[in-house]
Design a protein around this ligand. Sequence first.
Ligand code: HEC
Ligand code: HEC
Length: 406
Amino acid sequence: MGGVALATDAPLVGMIGATPQVAAKVDSSSAVFQPDPALVALGRRLFVDTRLSEPRGTACSSCHDPAHAFSPALSATGPGVPQGSRPGHFSRRNAPSLLYVRYVPQRYFYQDDDAPYSAPFGGLFADGRADTLTEQIRGPLFDPDEMNNASPASLLRKINDTEWSPELASRFGPTVQSDPEQLVRALGEIMQAYLQSNEMAPFSSRFDDYLRHRSTLSPQEMHGLALFKDPDKGNCANCHTLSDTASRPERSLFTDFGYDAIAVPRNLALAANRDPRYFDNGLCDTAQHLHWPEPEQWCGYMRTPGLRNVAVRQSFMHNSVFRTLRDAVAFYNTRSTKPQQWYHGRSSFDDVPPIYRAHINVNSTPMNRRPGMSPALSEMEIDDIVAFLRTLTDAAYIPAMPADSR
Ligand code: HEC
Ligand code: HEC
């Protein structure tokens, strides 16, 4: 149930572990979402309900702040990841915006004509470990560093003390008052309906108006867009896909939902990283869990995030290592030409274990260079890309953008 399933025009060509391989890329931009309005209304309330955590006080909205385009509002001095329900406990990773999350397809494998092997796409979280939004809710509810419920049974006892209990029973039947698994499934369906609603995919940015021929972008923003697409300059659209010739903004989600290993620097402020032997290996944990063949080949891979509303964010990349959008963009440009600028005297690619460093993307422009070579972009061109990325902010969040993302 739920999630953007494999499109019917993508016939199966084989299986990889438990995951079907498809013959064509899944086009989730053409999916139609019609969640039940009654469930959407319940989801809107549940999302901000702080009674679901242990101890109480943390709602989904605590980490996915509706005033910040559903990404976290962070303190400037913290580790860059949101805090859970217990003081001093922080999420293991950065929290993404939940706008447009309905377009994330379920996991699938697909082999491009010119690719040597088939590659995974889709799945929720940076490592794709949840396949659908109904399944995803188990993550935050039971993560000891997030909402910290001990078990579905303890969550059920808690919910049964609230007005949710009769409401859920009238909607899903009385078993949700006694069967913890039924309860979690019902909560998942409610949250999925909310996250699939049109209010979570507003398409109200200046870029969307530009696509609809209702307004123009400034010369600097247009130049940024050109650099973003140019395979010899930013080359960003190679992974953060867009279609500026289509007036349907769903065609421009700024991700192909694929995975890549771009080797962002280690964030030393993360608690787990105090242990030098600890690494967040991303997709290969999921690959292991799902028994894909040779799961280690995916160590270091993270899902490519969409970039809509990225200029509202206060930290960037799966490990929140960057605190300005400009740094996130500039990193690509000089990661390979001037690694010391990013890895600060530590070894390059220091957040990927040495045995997996062969997986790191050293072929895509602008990361395909060697130390000392000249970078693909000038400082001014980086500014132009940042200016373009700021046009991807939906109307409601323009006041929440930091004035200067330098
Ligand atoms: C304590 C902070 C915190 C709370 C509370 C929280 N989340 Fe999250 N959320 C995160 C983090 C961190 C991630 C990314 C984790 C990862 O990639 O492994 C995330 C990821 C997600 C994703 C996946 C998005 C994507 O693009 O893959 C969804 C959906 C989501 N959360 C929904 C919710 C819902 C619904 C709730 C409430 C039941 C909730 N979250 C509560 C921190 C939180
Ligand atoms: C080869 C694929 C690829 C290319 C090319 C690429 N990106 Fe990314 N991008 C990724 C992946 C994968 C991540 C997530 C990395 C992580 O979390 O560690 C990412 C993350 C980001 C983020 C952080 C978003 C967030 O929510 O934290 C920004 C900003 C970004 N990319 C901008 C760009 C720009 C600008 C360019 C062009 C200069 C570009 N990317 C080129 C794959 C790519």
